[in-house]
Design a protein around this ligand. Sequence first.
Ligand code: GLC
Length: 742
Amino acid sequence: MTMKKTTLALAAALLPLLAGAQDAQIESKVAALMRQMTVAEKVGQLHQISGGLHTGPASGEDARTQADIRSGKVGSMLNVKGVADTRAMQALALQSRLHIPLLFGQDVIHGYRTVFPVPLGESASWDMEAIEQSARVAAREASAAGIHWTFAPMVDIARDPRWGRVMEGAGEDAFLGSAIARARVHGFQGKRLGATDAVMATAKHFAAYGAALAGRDYNAVDMSQQQLFEVYLPPFKAALDAGAATFMNSFNTLNGVPATGNSFLQRDVLKGRWNFKGFVVSDWGSVREMVAHGYASDLADASVKAINAGSDMDMESYAHLNYLEQSIKSGKVKMKTLDDAVRRILYKKFELGLFDDPYRFADAAREKAVLADPSHRAAALDVAQKSLVLLKNEGGALPLSRDAKRIAVIGPLADARRDLEGGWVVEGDRARVVSILEGIRGHAGKAEVSYAQACGVGCTNSDGFADAVATAAKADVVVLAVGETWDMSGEAKSRTDITLPGHQEQLFAALKATGKPVVVVMLAGRPLVFNAIADQADAIVYAWFPGSEGGNAVANVLFGDYNPSGKLPITFPRSVGQIPLSYAQPSTGRPVTDEKDVVYKSGYIDSVNSPRYAFGHGLSYTSFKYSGLTVSSAEMSPSQQVTLSFDLANTGKAEGTEIVQLYLRDMVASVARPVKELKGFQKIHLLPGEQRRVNFTIDRELLSFFNSQLVWGAEAGDFKLMVGSASDDIRLEGALKLLPAR
Ligand code: GLC
């Protein structure tokens, strides 16, 4: 064995030992500290309060808050950011009797100073390296600004675009969502927690928050445990396996029990079955909200129910602060329950090195340097252009011809900046956001670029349409930027109507009537319904909310400097009436068909069943040919694996990247299986004319599912294997028989 291999092998063997030693060392420090703590001081570690989001260090205008911090009654704060303010609050905490430092948490969801595409947009890149890099940059910037902990990644599976928070997640699929959860946790936490360019991640919102009834935020969730384990829990487990330091529970009830007080979720599954060693923070006020749910009789009861169910830290309910000490005295909460929660939190503070140096994340010079790092903007551009999805492109409308002399850029979002950032922006450098108009102007070369806003925010007024039509009439091509404003997606932003707000579709029709080719760039935090545009536009680029470099990313795609490669991570319905809609639908006893002469079918009398755009859909400026599928064996025993292979060729004129997707169907099982499940994907970059053999390994794990007893496993029988460019664009099929275990 070479020296290098020996060294690597030694390191691989030593690392777990070293981690174990660190673990034991920290555990003993935690134990020693806890032996000194009073019950009140222990309770203080579970109490998290918010600072003044944009008004300095803390809601510290409130002297009581500062007094609580000084007396060790506060263990963590959120919404305190920047070296100056975090140092100020930390200094107060260090005046407490045991000098226990604060943890600073923040919603760094898709960037801190440099804003990346909203998570749903990033997910459309299907690019785990890019997604990890995005979280890495966010962690570098946030940790340089005194923040220890981000409340991300949000890993809620969502199949209802009426729910505004679909913007914050990775879409509808457990397999893709799990890969993205891993990438985001690795990006935020880096190689090891404790480095000053890493932050603790939070897997949120535990659990099933994305299945809120009717897509109405904060609404109840009702589902079988089999569906919970099959669809909604896997990304959380993936985040945990990736080392997520913390979990955040959710506002919703799950089968009648609030997640915050849900012992099945937090004790049985998370801390029991999955052996989670980190801590659980409640969502904002969700402990208190158990009273409103009708699950707790008052705040004292809510505090008892939360901590006994495994919810450790209380964000902004003041429940533990005011009632937990009394509940310990009365025996409603055992001291070992309190100690377990405190131990989990203190462990992280030691792991972050905050007892060695409480200010180690608060270096003003580093903050200045890191927040100005130009490489972050380059990363934001890279991720943004990979997130754009070319939904439609006819008549060679795109890429824009270099001969185009006059380009009209029109629409309420054409020169928008704030909207490109999307929701959950902490510190975005708004003045430096590149608008779509700016991006096009920067890429148009000699072409003349004209501009007409046509209507204002929400496009409720069409007075500017005539001017816009006149501008379009003088151009060779029209680029129309429409969609949602940034504040129409996100928390508490559910919509019953997900069409384009205001008169934007009418604006499109007026511009289309000029006879000029119209390229539509759509901004949104969710799938929208835009059937007229889908039918009549010459090209459509779905840009989500693409972040600080959004205008440049859009321009790179429009002019062909970047060949779009994004694929939809979520289904786009034809109408709200089809929701919930996912490609991974179970089969039905009656046929799912649009055949008119089939009366008794599973469908609608007023719509076809198919979505407007399917999960996995996304076009390119080149074309790809799939051929020559082979499966290394037609049969497989549970202990074996087979290789599915096929050729992918770039048959067009431009180099491009294809995201090939592997789906399968378990034809007969003890639980009726979906007609299709994503079980693999690869991003393949090919030059024109280049061909490559693509391989997927299929093993028992890939064929497994949770049966009705929640047992994970694969059942013998036939499987259909499918490879395609989208869930509704299957190019090759194969078959595999899983043999019974001997
Ligand atoms: C919010 C959100 C949660 C966020 C928390 C702190 O209500 O539900 O995602 O992390 O409060 O801002």
